[in-house]
Design a protein around this ligand. Sequence first.
Ligand code: SF4
Ligand code: F3S
Ligand code: FES
Length: 243
Amino acid sequence: MSTVTFRVFRGDRNGGELKDYTIEVQEGMVVLDAIHQIQAEQAPDLACRWNCKAGKCGSCGAEVNGKPTLMCMTRLDTLDTSKPVTVRPMKTFPVIRDLATDVKWNYEANKKIKPFTPAPNTDWIMFQEDVDRVQEFRKCIECFLCQNVCHVLREHDEKTGFIGPRLLVRTASLEMHPLDVENRLDMLKNEGGIGYCNITKCCTEVCPEHIHITDNAIIPLKERVVDEYYDPILGFFRRLFGS
Ligand code: SF4
Ligand code: F3S
Ligand code: FES
C-alpha cells in the first residue's frame, strides 16, 4: 500500500479549479477506483460518469495527466505516482460538473448521417471479407475520446462544419456495408466537413478499441469523395449529362 495525490478538477461550466486529494492506493487499482475512493472518503459530491468498469460502456473518458483515456482502463502502475496525478474532464465538450461533460452535441451531429438502407428485396447474403471490413467500425463504444482530441472540433466552439472522427467511423460502417445502397458522399463533403480532417491521426492514437480510424475509415471516405466530386473524367461526364 502507498499514498498517492490526485489533482482533480472541481467545478462546472462557469469555471473551477484543481483540488488535491491524497489517498492510500493498492496494487491493481485503476484511476476510476481512485476517484471512487475519493468520493467514499473525502468528496461525496465529486461527479464522474461511469457504468461498466470494463472499458465497454464508453462513459468514463477523462484526461489523466493530460492524456485522453478511459479512467477504468488506466492502471495506476502505468502512471508516475511520485507526483500528483491530474484528472480533468474532456476538454472539447462543456463541463456539466467536475469530471462529467455534456456530449449531447455528438448525438445531434449523428442525425446528419442517413441510416442503414438495404436494397429492396435484398437476399441478405454477404461475403465474410465484407463483414470483416465493417466489423472493426462496429467495435466503437462511443467514448468520444477521438472527438475530444481532434483539433478541428477542439478549436471550434460551434463545431457546425465537421462531424468528427467518431461519426466518420459510423459513416464508414454504413458506406462500406455490403448491403447498404444509400449515398452519404454529399453529406461527407458538405455538412460532414470531411475536408477539414488533415489526417493528424490523434484520434487513432487515443481510441481504446484500437480502431484504425484514419487509415481504415477516414482516408477511404476521403478517396470516395474525391472520386465523386473532383475526378476530372467523372466531372466531365457529370457536366455533360448534367448529373
Ligand atoms: Fe471511442 Fe474509438 Fe469510438 Fe472514437 S472511434 S468514440 S475513440 S471507441
Ligand atoms: Fe481529427 Fe483524426 Fe482527422 S484527429 S484531423 S479526425 S485524423
Ligand atoms: Fe465503462 Fe469505463 S466505466 S468504459
